[in-house]
Ligand binder design. Structure first.
Ligand code: HEM
Length: 152
């Protein structure tokens, strides 16, 4: 029987249609991603309190080996010959998008009609992609110049 490894990186929860190995027309479809990737990104030894959003953890001084292990780019794009060929494109595109947003936009929590800050309720219910449910946020151009730049 031929085996096809299926990486369900975006569907790392129990609702994945590839939640377990399956057999179709003599092919074994092995579900490997769900467990391996989830285990790596939530490794409490590398990332204490792994479920919490603590980006500062990546700024802490540590030895080179641990630093490399902690770097998501060491594993989120796969390994070896089948490593994602879009890794550099993704990396550059995300960097470009983030610096452009930081340069031109003021992003803060939304306020209600009385000026009270609305604490965002951030839930993740999309079973395919790790994107939050819609929530209110205040996004404004940083300046007149920034407005001109983003309007074109
Ligand atoms: C956040 C963005 C991305 C992530 C996390 C990601 C992740 C991955 C992973 C985990 C694999 C499987 C590697 C393996 O089998 O070991 C893969 C394969 C692949 N990715 Fe991506 N990828 C991303 C973006 C892209 C982009 C932008 C492109 C194209 C422009 C792309 C094209 C491919 C292709 C063609 C393969 C198959 C490579 C092969 O089987 O030889 N990916 N990607």
């Amino acid at each position: 029987m031929t085996t096809i490894p299926i990486l369900t990186i975006g569907t790392a929860d129990t609702r994945s249609p590839f939640g377990s190995d399956a057999s179709r027309h003599g092919w074994l479809i092995a579900c490997t991603g769900k467990y391996t990737y989830r285990a790596i990104v939530r490794d409490e030894k590398l990332y204490p309190n792994a479920h919490a959003f603590v980006p500062e953890r990546f700024l802490e001084e540590t030895d080179d080996v641990t630093k490399k292990k902690m770097d998501p780019k060491s594993y989120v794009f796969g390994f070896g010959r089948r490593r994602c060929p879009g890794a550099n494109l993704t990396d550059s595109s995300l960097w470009y998008l983030m610096v452009c947003m930081m340069d031109t936009l003021d992003i803060s929590k939304a306020t209600d009609d009385f000026g009270n800050v609305i604490e965002p309720k951030v839930d993740f219910n999309n079973s395919v992609f790790r994107i939050p449910d819609p929530f209110q946020v205040d996004i404004r151009p940083r300046s007149e110049q920034a407005l001109k730049v983003i309007s074109h």
